[in-house]
Design a protein around this ligand. Structure first.
Ligand SMILES: Nc1ncnc2c1ncn2[C@@H]1O[C@H](COP(=O)(O)OP(=O)(O)OP(=O)(O)O)[C@@H](O)[C@H]1O
Ligand SMILES: O=P(O)(O)OC[C@H]1O[C@H](OP(=O)(O)OP(=O)(O)O)[C@H](O)[C@@H]1O
Length: 233
């Protein structure tokens, strides 16, 4: 029996579709309900529904054997988990953005105020460049911060760029790209080796044959995949 940590929101639908394609047909959860635990004995799995930022915690501590989470969260948290698979979906960039016309550093005072959900990624990024920053930790609606004078810059996820555009913001720099990852508890990998490696292999094959979907190209524009897309594992 494997316990799988998933998060509601943007990653749940492609994650369940992936399990379906991998042959775990019972992985259909009533995601609109208030239920947080779904036992699926017919496929030997129990699914836990947790917050995206909590997925690595459940997996690291062994409360879940495996989980699906964005690379953005892994980069921020630096958890001690095994990360065997890039699943390809949930593609976006972690980017620095600023109000249009205020995207040059020259106009700023020595210390830049940066609003973000990702304080560690942000601090690492600006420290590496020797730029002093004051980090303002927010939990959502990050694009609002420069509009109301709370910050000079934001560091947030960008997919289509529509949210930036709507708020007259421009992308200044891309810090990293992010896609959903399969993560595995290190002890589960040893103690449930056969089951876990079978899951990894099946998910890897299923991730290579993604159904038509929308992905982000290098220039940030959306591209609709009309054909089966190969995703590097
Ligand atoms: N616009 C986006 N495009 C593609 N992937 C995204 C986008 N926004 C978020 N993601 C991915 O989906 C994950 C979950 O994001 P989602 O928006 O569902 O929850 P959240 O708002 O970050 O979490 P919470 O509900 O805890 O505040 C992110 O960690 C990221 O990997
Ligand atoms: O480039 P786009 O396609 O517009 O996508 C980017 C938006 O998606 C995410 O927001 P989300 O919907 O998760 O809301 P929140 O982070 O403010 O909770 C991210 O924080 C951006 O606001």
């Amino acid at each position: 029996m494997l316990t799988v940590a998933l998060c509601k929101g943007k990653l749940i639908e492609p994650a369940l579709a992936l399990f379906g394609r991998a042959g775990y047909a019972g992985a259909r959860l009533a995601t609109e309900s208030r239920r947080l635990v779904f036992a699926c004995p017919e496929i030997g799995m129990t699914f836990l529904i947790v917050r995206p930022t909590d997925v690595p915690t459940y997996v690291e501590h062994g409360a879940a054997d495996v989980g699906i989470v964005g690379k953005d969260v892994l980069l921020e948290q630096d958890s001690d988990v095994y990360e065997p698979l890039d699943l390809g979906f949930g593609a976006c960039r972690i980017a620095v953005a600023a109000l249009r016309g205020q995207d040059s550093r020259d106009r700023l005072s020595s210390k830049i105020r940066v609003a973000t959900k990702y304080p560690r990624i942000t601090e690492r990024y600006f420290n590496q460049r020797g730029v002093p920053v004051e980090i303002i930790k927010l939990y959502g609606s990050i694009e609002l911060a420069p509009l109301v004078g709370l910050a000079d810059r934001i560091v947030d996820l960008v997919e289509t760029g529509n949210t930036l555009k709507t708020h007259d913001l421009v992308e200044v720099e891309c810090i990293a790209t992010s896609t959903a990852r399969l993560i595995v508890n290190r002890a589960s990998l040893k103690l449930k080796h056969a089951t876990v490696t079978e899951l990894i292999q099946k998910l890897r094959r299923a991730a290579m044959t993604r159904r038509p979907s929308t992905s982000v190209t290098a220039n940030g524009r959306n591209r609709s995949n009309q054909k089966t897309k190969r995703v590097p594992a």
